[in-house]
Design a protein around this ligand. Structure first.
Ligand SMILES: Cc1cc2nc3c(=O)[nH]c(=O)nc-3n(C[C@H](O)[C@H](O)[C@H](O)COP(=O)(O)O)c2cc1C
Length: 326
């Protein structure tokens, strides 16, 4: 049974990628993912925002230098460099420990840092880069086009600076996902990860406080991903697609491949079931392929993104009163 797939120009032994998470933030976690059979891992993101907040927490240090600006700059540079050195070390050690591709992930607050972080992680040996781009769509004065331009420009700047494949992980807060996907692919994105699942706050009505919602997805959340993987495959967007959010079972994996994904990213399913769930999903994929007489992924990948099915995926409204609920 040939489970290999090509993702970001890398040959993966199977399409299961462990998504950016705490599993992929340590060498030990990455080794466990590889042992369970993962085709690749995306490292926990290097967050510039986190580095900046760590620097802020340390701000008391300036007192000992009587707020000397040179000392301040020195400490900031040191703290930033230290965080990046830890991440670079993670890449180097992971590369030594496992033989699956290591995809680094960055999220930056500042425009210039995307480029310097990308170069440094490439130099540390990352096989590819995933840009976790989340430009907040919460300011009513900013037109959608400005946000989309910013996403595309960040990508273009990073792409110019590195030679390894670069993918973009997007949220689904876009008016026309097809258009932003097309623009990124035309700018030479090697892949798109659809979708990031953002922090979802809710309200505790007894204490009347805003509290964090569940950090983990449920399986039912994968239908939006399935819709867009299928629609973008049918529209022949010229880059690889990785399905993320709500891929919990072997059946979900098969569905995303049938829709046209080159890979899937799993995260919540592993928090809920343990890392060995990767092995269970791969077994389920093989069983399904045997049952349907497929020898390789390319025998069936994209089979359900044919135009007839696309019409169903394009439909948004329930038309009849009763039948849709059956
Ligand atoms: C605990 C936790 C940590 C995460 N950390 C990151 C991260 O650092 N960078 C990132 O791009 N996504 C991160 N994610 C998002 C996941 O990679 C993934 O996109 C999301 O959980 C949806 O996939 P799932 O339904 O398989 O969980 C994190 C998710 C969880 C639950």
């Amino acid at each position: 049974m040939d489970l290999t797939t090509s993702y970001l120009g890398l040959k993966l032994k199977n399409p299961i990628v462990v998504g950016s998470s705490t599993f992929t933030g340590t060498v030990d976690g990455i080794v466990k993912c590889a042992k369970a059979g993962a085709g690749a891992v995306v490292l926990k993101s290097l967050f510039e925002e986190q580095i900046l907040s760590d620097i802020k927490k340390e701000e008391g240090y300036t007192d000992i230098y009587n707020s000397n600006p040179d000392a301040d700059l020195y400490m900031k540079t040191f703290l930033r460099g230290n965080e990046i050195a830890i991440y670079e070390n993670l890449i180097r050690e992971a590369k030594k420990a496992v033989d699956i591709p290591i995809i680094a992930s960055i999220n930056c607050a500042d425009k210039g840092e995307w480029i310097s972080f990308a170069k440094e992680l490439q130099d540390a040996g990352a096989d590819a880069l995933e840009l976790n781009i989340a430009v907040s769509p919460f300011d009513k004065d900013v037109p959608s086009k400005d946000i989309e331009d910013e996403v595309v420009n960040i990508f273009k700047e990073v792409k110019k600076a590195v030679s390894i494949p670069v993918s973009v992980k997007l949220g689904d807060h876009f008016t026309n996902i097809g258009n932003i996907a097309f623009r990124l692919s035309m700018a030479d994105a090697a892949g798109l990860v659809l979708f990031n699942r953002f922090y979802n706050p809710t309200i505790d009505i007894d204490n009347m406080k805003v509290v964090p919602g569940s950090a983990l997805s449920v399986e039912e959340e994968n239908s939006n991903t399935l819709r867009w993987i299928s629609l973008l495959t049918a529209q022949e967007i010229p880059c690889d697609l990785s399905a993320s959010t709500g891929v919990h079972t072997a059946n979900d994996l098969v569905r995303q491949l049938l829709a046209g994904a080159e890979s899937v990213q799993v995260c919540s399913a592993l928090y809920r079931n343990g890392i060995d769930h990767i092995t269970t999903m791969l077994k389920g994929l093989e069983d399904w392929m045997k049952k349907h007489n497929f020898n390789s992924i390319c025998d069936f990948r994209g089979k359900c993104s044919a135009s007839a099915d696309v019409k169903v995926f394009e439909r948004l409204q329930y038309l009849r009163r009763n039948n849709d609920l059956n």
